[in-house]
Design a protein around this ligand. Structure first.
Ligand SMILES: [Zn+2]
Length: 264
């Protein structure tokens, strides 16, 4: 099918569910950069992989990689006036900046929040302060410049309940505090309940098998049970739909970012 036909199908939908996958991570754009890989190794060696989403974004910005960000902006413009919801397993913080939080849930982390590293259960994830952002930025600058005196990741304060360090809120945290996305998740499931009897188009973009229970499997289930639902799966490596869904959707073998750039 031509790109216009997909566009038409999306335009005619009453509701659109967007699934954003790992292909949207800034680490994909920065992957070939030696500087990025060197920094990633530093974070790994210092038990600070929770800084990886931030570091990926910083490197993509330094390297002038803007394709993913452009694609997300185009996609948001396409759906902003539409009854839609987006679920993202990407840890790319720019998605939150562009999409806002109202119609987005990010179960793999929120770039605006920090959490107790011990996940003590007393303190829920809270917003990073301006000071935290400055500390991260200064750290990334020094990591990029290979400052030999750089020995430790930046501190984001301590947990007011147990005194352990606060760290970025994402799946790279040694103990990820799932409470950080529950409110949005509840909104999302309520929204999903309201899609019955509506023409629902689900656009699954670049979702790998990393967290199949968050996007891939639920979208397949909705396509199977929901009379008026249609699933468009765009994926470079795993575009296939299960045999029983062939009439309820299409798998497109393409890079999701390139596909969006042609769609909008
Ligand atoms: Zn704590």
């Amino acid at each position: 099918m031509e790109q216009n036909a997909w566009r038409e199908r999306l335009d005619q939908a009453d509701m659109v569910l967007v699934g954003l996958g790992e292909e949207f991570d800034a680490s994909c754009e920065a992957a070939e950069s030696e500087d990025f890989q060197r920094g990633k190794l530093f974070l790994k060696e210092h038990d600070a992989l929770w800084l990886l989403p931030g570091w990926s974004g910083y490197c993509a910005w330094k390297l002038g990689k803007e394709k993913t960000e452009t694609a997300v902006k185009k996609l948001f413009e396409l759906f902003r006036g539409k009854n839609h919801f987006a679920v993202s397993v990407s840890t790319n913080g720019r998605i939150q900046d562009i999409w806002g939080e109202e119609r987005l849930v990010t179960p793999c982390g929120n770039a605006r929040l920090k959490q107790c590293s011990a996940c003590c259960g007393e303190q829920e994830p809270i917003p990073l302060t301006g000071e935290d952002h400055n500390a991260a930025r200064e750290f990334f600058d020094r990591l990029w410049e290979e400052d030999p005196s750089l020995t430790n990741p930046p501190g984001f304060g301590t947990c007011p309940c147990c005194g352990e360090p606060m760290i970025c809120h994402n799946i790279y945290a040694p103990r990820y505090d799932e409470r950080g996305y529950l409110k949005q998740w509840n909104l999302y499931t309520k929204w999903l309940q309201g899609t019955l009897q509506k023409r629902l188009v689900m656009l699954e973009l670049g979702v790998s098998m990393g967290y199949p229970s968050v996007i891939r499997h639920p979208l397949e289930r909705v396509a199977a049970c929901h009379e008026k639902a249609y699933l468009i799966r765009v994926n470079e490596k795993l575009p296939d739909l299960p045999e029983e869904l062939k009439a309820k959707g299409t798998g497109i073998s393409a890079n999701a970012i390139d596909w969006i750039c042609k769609l909008c």
